[in-house]
Ligand binder design. Structure first.
Ligand code: SAH
Length: 298
């Protein structure tokens, strides 16, 4: 699936080292990159019993999201988004900031008009070039895992997304993080994402055209990294660009047991927490289905 160069010394091959248990609860403030900032965030979280207080960037995007759908079907789409968020809450998503973002971003703007009526179903939909817009429940789940332990008024810090696709998840991330960088390897999709995002004028999101397997060294380190495509393993460059104290969430292929019936390769979500320069703690989570992570650009 992935054409990544294989590294025999890769410290984190996907094998028996994965720990099969739910993600541990995290202390508020932990994901901050620096100690002082972490302490400040922890203090802030004690002070606030938060309804999801948006950053200034987030409230501006919220206003434009309403404006951009105010014409045809605006109210209907707002209701559909609210209903989608309610379904995700009922399905177990707890992070109010994530639910708010899902209720805010008009997903129908990110699919072709013929599919707009399905935009608020919890389903992946085609976006061309053999790629898909991710399922909202999976988008919400992955972001919630990155945010685990943060209060609603605490944004993620610096987030890197691999696989912009149509730009939907990047838009959701922009409402729950201070800064978002997103990379896409298929140029027409990168251009499409720019066009989709234009009416929302998201000030804290930067789109890059390139191979996300190499990360974005010029903007590293990242406190959170999220992959929207599944590789055989997590690229080494991304691990290197994860800040100490940071989290990475990725779908990763799991080979069937040796000697088994073969063929079927399944995927599971993998959460990686960087404990220090050399220690990465891995937690294997539920099975998922994503498009493949591929190297190079087209
Ligand atoms: N984030 C999207 C999901 C897009 S599907 C959403 O909001 O729904 C995953 C995307 O990952 C595809 O567009 C695919 O082209 C892209 N992708 C795969 N490998 C990549 C790589 N190495 N670098 C950047 N993008 C990649």
């Amino acid at each position: 699936m992935s054409t990544a160069p294989r590294r025999p010394k890769f410290p984190l091959s996907l094998d028996a080292v994965v720990e099969r248990k739910p993600a541990p609860a995290r202390t508020a403030g932990m994901p901050a990159v620096g100690g002082a900032r972490g302490a400040a965030m922890a203090a802030k979280s004690l002070a606030a019993k938060a309804p999801a207080a948006p950053t200034p960037a987030a409230s501006a995007v919220q206003a434009r999201a309403s404006a951009s759908t105010a014409g045809g079907g605006g109210m209907a789409s707002e209701r559909a988004r609210g209903a989608l968020a309610a379904r995700l809450r009922a399905a177990g998503i707890r992070d109010e900031r994530v639910l708010d973002a899902i209720a805010t971003i008009p997903r129908h703007l990110f699919v072709e008009p013929g599919l707009a009526s399905q935009a608020y179903e919890d389903a992946a939909l085609p976006i061309g070039h053999q790629q898909t817009i991710s399922k909202p429940s999976v988008v919400a789940r992955m972001i919630e895992l990155l945010r685990d332990g943060l209060a609603a008024d605490e944004p993620l810090e610096r987030v890197l997304e691999i696989g912009t696709g149509c730009g939907y998840q990047a838009a959701v991330l922009s409402l729950v993080a201070r800064e978002v960088f997103s990379i896409e390897r298929i140029r027409p999709l990168h251009e499409q994402a720019k066009a989709n995002l234009r009416p929302l004028r998201v000030p804290n999101l930067r789109l890059h055209y390139g191979d996300g397997m190499l990360g974005l060294p010029q903007a590293a380190p990242f406190s959170s990294i999220i992959l929207a495509a599944a590789g055989m393993e997590v690229p080494q460059a991304l691990l290197e660009q994860l800040a100490v104290g940071g989290r990475l969430i990725a779908p990763v292929a799991v080979a069937p047991p040796a000697g088994g019936p073969g063929q079927t390769v399944t995927q599971q979500l993998l959460l990686i927490e960087r404990r220090n320069r050399h220690r990465f703690h891995r937690t294997a989570l539920e099975a998922v289905f994503f498009v493949p992570l591929k190297s190079g650009t087209i």
